[in-house]
Design a protein around this ligand. Structure first.
Ligand SMILES: Cc1ncc(COP(=O)(O)O)c(C=O)c1O
Length: 481
């Protein structure tokens, strides 16, 4: 089965929000539809993008089809838990728009993140201002736009909200740690159990309602039972609050982030632990609304980074390369996110999609060398890979880094003048043929209002939606043949 691309640019002749928000570095137009989104297909897309656009700079490929499937998997695995995507993880506009169209809520940490999400047309009830220590003017902004639910873990935050947000309502963030988490958050955030009663009293005294409890066991959690322990701790806080007979009662549980779509902890194991803990501690008859703040789960795997070799040196047995992205750019995740990078040189990837769909970057018969890969800045710290196994590369060759969507671009800097803001993202949509109609049918039923009348009939040789915006109907247009 081949793919024909009809190439209608997104938003042609349309004055929709998405189009007006689009900037040059996000290549929304002519989004390629793929069959599976395999490494081979992504690499083949990268190759053609390099050729077609004369690419020399590093760029991203983001698979929105995979994002849709991740959303689908989430809803199927944890039907009681509504995801509020953590914008901090990746504020990519197409990623946000897709999640918005699917019906996700959003966890925002600042005024700018709230503004970005509101700009998509998302209603304020779908936003939680989940930063336990907010900048005062940002609280006032939240009040002015009607974003009312916020987290807190200190008395001073209650007073800040009281002074700046007359309709503010709080979730008490409690400390619950997964000790093996890739990025622990407990040292900085989360009230201790022995602080809970006082915090609830202060809020009650000031007339700021505490609507529920939130926690975050740590990003990149490793132990599914940490979720269960945290849910149990949250129930304890609900019980304390009920015993205190406060003016407001609790009805929201926010189970935070920590989920991954692979790697350290299997998503389905985490989901199973959450589900059984919810059944036990928050049975449906309690009427508690359960939300989560996943970032990494949605953002990480759909994004692939393509970088170019811009320099080379041979020192004894070691080959050293410079590439055009590094620690001060996307690979800041090595420092801030404790990432272990996966990589594959494009020259090793089979040119034909059909040759080996299980390709994972193994260079096969090509001889490889102990290699070091540096980023482009003048800092020695800017080292991306050490002890890497790479074939002999030349300047102009490409090294591909998969799973680069979480905490990469979001925290990159412009150090040495290597600006992240000029880095382009190309969007693709893998339909995963087996799940194709299910996946798009699912879209239709999740967002019936948004999708009304605009989804094409789906069959295996029919049209597939190219893209959609929350303020605009889907626009078609790829075709399988
Ligand atoms: C308050 C809050 N919510 C959600 C997230 C997202 O976490 P994750 O990417 O692990 O899902 C973070 C990450 O640091 C966070 O601080």
């Amino acid at each position: 089965m081949g793919l024909a691309w009809l190439g209608l640019p997104w938003g042609v002749d349309r004055d929709d929000k998405l189009m007006s928000d689009t900037d040059a570095r996000h290549a929304y137009g002519s989004m390629q539809i793929m069959q599976s989104g395999s490494h081979v297909e992504i690499d083949s897309f990268i190759r053609s993008t390099i050729q077609k656009n004369g690419m020399q700079d590093a760029f991203y490929v983001l698979d929105l089809g995979l994002l849709v499937r991740l959303f689908q998997e989430w809803v199927q695995a944890m039907p009681r838990v509504k995801p509020f995507y953590a914008v901090k993880c990746s504020p990519d506009p197409a990623l946000l728009t897709t999640l918005a169209a699917l019906g996700a809520g959003f966890d925002c940490a600042s005024k700018a993140e709230i503004a970005q999400v509101l700009d998509l047309g998302v209603s304020t009830e779908r936003i939680v201002f989940a930063n336990p220590c907010k900048i005062q003017s940002h609280v006032a902004y939240a009040a002015s736009v009607g974003v009312n639910i916020m987290t807190f873990d200190s008395e001073s935050e209650v007073r800040k909200v009281k002074a700046n947000h007359p309709r503010g309502s709080l979730l008490l963030r409690i400390r619950t740690d997964d000790r093996g988490a890739r990025c622990p958050l407990g040292v900085k955030y989360g009230a201790l159990m022995n602080e809970v009663e006082n915090l609830l009293l202060v809020a009650d005294h000031l007339g700021v309602p505490v609507a529920g409890v939130s926690f975050h066991i740590g990003s990149g959690a490793r132990d599914a039972f940490s979720f269960a322990d945290a849910v149990a701790a949250a129930r304890e806080v609900f019980d304390i609050s009920a015993r205190m007979k406060l003016h407001s009662s609790m009805h929201i549980l926010d189970i935070g982030g920590g989920f991954t779509s692979g790697s350290s902890l299997k998503f389905l194991d985490a989901a199973a632990a959450v589900n059984s803990a919810l059944d036990r501690y928050f049975p449906p008859e309690m009427g508690v609304t359960v939300i989560a703040e996943p970032g990494r789960y949605f953002a990480e795997t759909p994004s692939t980074l393509a970088t170019t070799v811009i320099g080379k040196r041979v020192r004894g047995d070691v080959k050293e390369y410079w590439i055009n992205d590094g620690i001060y750019g996307s690979m800041n995740c090595l420092l801030y996110d404790h990432a272990i990078l996966k990589y594959r040189p494009l020259v090793c990837s089979p040119a034909e999609e059909s040759r080996n769909n299980n390709f994972h970057g193994d260079c096969g018969s090509l001889h490889t060398h102990n290699s070091t890969v540096f980023g482009p800045t003048c800092d020695g710290l800017d080292t991306v890979l050490q002890g890497a196994s790479l074939p002999d590369l030349s300047i102009g060759d490409w090294i591909i880094f998969p799973n680069m969507g979480a905490y990469t671009v979001a925290a990159g800097s412009g150090f040495n003048g290597f600006s992240m803001s000029t880095m382009r993202t190309f969007y693709v949509f893998s339909v995963n043929l087996q799940g194709c109609s299910a996946s798009l049918g699912f879209l239709k039923c999740l967002a019936p209002d948004l999708m009304k009348g605009c989804l094409p009939e789906l069959n295996m040789d029919g049209n597939i939606i190219e893209s959609w915006g929350i303020n605009s109907p889907a626009i078609v247009v790829g075709k399988f043949q």
